[in-house]
Design a protein around this ligand. Structure first.
Ligand SMILES: Cc1ncc(COP(=O)(O)O)c(C=O)c1O
Length: 300
């Protein structure tokens, strides 16, 4: 596969910091960005083990659920999505992500938040096997050792020229792969989409280096939370650069990076590579919610 396109984002600033964006979102319309990277070796492994069913976990608007449903269908697997929130069951028709997954043949199990928290528990998974038969388990967000191996391929040799590499963080798998593929002189900045400080340990578990830092100031109140200034930023960004951003991950990261540049966080002439991890399928679901609240929408 060809390395993803890198585009310059010209943005006048005092320190001549140069921004570049790696368009991993263009890899595939449904298995875009880090989802492609995370599923690649997992699908290979499931095939090697002769599995017929993929089972995974996710929230109602999860990019990972959508990508697993599509990729499963493409590769001849039956797919099962264990979805957080029993109440979502009656709202499938209102949810573009689940509608899409269903159209790919995914079967759902809606569980309470309490049960969902047991997703890594051996007994809980054994019970799922009693219910559904044998399956290949892909964890929430797709993050496991094979996913990290896939995410290491986000960077190619030529990317050694960048001083900073920025990525969004959910479960920490994507940034771990990027850290492992970086060199010691580079600094990897992660922008968590969630509130809280539980991620460092997860990343340390997978990452081979210490050249990274999480910037925790741009989650906009927590996972899935947004503010009108974020929508305005995403729309202005698309208008200026012709690049769409999603409201859960990449929009928040880009907002943060622009803010950091304005605050002179980066040194003179620094070259920054920003990974566009995709997630654009989430725009439709967010626009539905914004419409219900009579707020401005994300331009599509
Ligand atoms: C679009 C997008 N970007 C970034 C992330 C974060 O990746 P990770 O969970 O590997 O930290 C996710 C999901 O997890 C995502 O859907």
């Amino acid at each position: 596969m060809e390395p993803s396109l890198i585009q310059n984002i010209s943005f006048k600033n005092d320190k001549n910091v140069q921004l570049f964006i790696k368009r991993e979102d263009l890899i595939h319309p449904f298995i875009s960005g880090n989802k492609y990277r995370k599923l690649k070796y997992n699908i290979e492994e499931a095939k090697r083990l002769g599995k017929k069913v993929l089972l995974t976990f996710g929230g109602a608007y999860s990019n990972h659920i959508a990508a697993t449903a599509f990729s499963g269908k493409e590769n001849g697997f039956k797919t099962i999505g264990v979805i957080r929130g029993e109440e979502i069951k009656s709202k499938i028709d209102d949810n573009p992500t689940l509608q899409f997954a269903k159209s790919c043949g995914m079967q759902f199990l809606f569980v309470t938040r309490e049960d969902y928290r047991k997703k890594s528990n051996i007994d809980y998974v054994a019970n799922l096997k009693l219910k559904f038969g044998d399956f290949y388990l892909i964890p929430e967000g797709g993050t496991n050792t094979l996913a990290i191996q896939g995410c290491e391929e986000i960077l190619v040799e030529k990317d050694a020229e960048y001083d900073f590499i920025c990525t969004c963080v959910g479960t920490g798998g994507t940034i771990s792969g990027i850290i492992n593929a970086s060199n010691e002189e580079q600094k990897i900045l992660g922008f968590p989409a969630l509130k809280g400080d539980f991620l460092n340990g997860d990343i340390r578990k997978f990452a081979k280096r210490n050249n990274w830092e999480l910037i925790r100031d741009y989650h906009f109140g927590g996972y899935g939370k947004i503010k009108p200034e974020l929508i305005a930023f995403i729309n202005a960004f698309k208008k200026t650069y012709g690049i769409p951003l999603d409201p859960i991950y990449t929009g928040k990261m880009l907002y943060g990076i622009f803010d950091l540049v304005k605050q002179n966080f980066f040194e003179q002439n620094a070259k920054i590579l920003i990974i566009h991890t995709g997630g654009l399928q989430g725009i439709a679901g967010m626009n539905k919610k914004l419409k219900q609240k009579n707020l401005s929408l994300i331009d599509v």
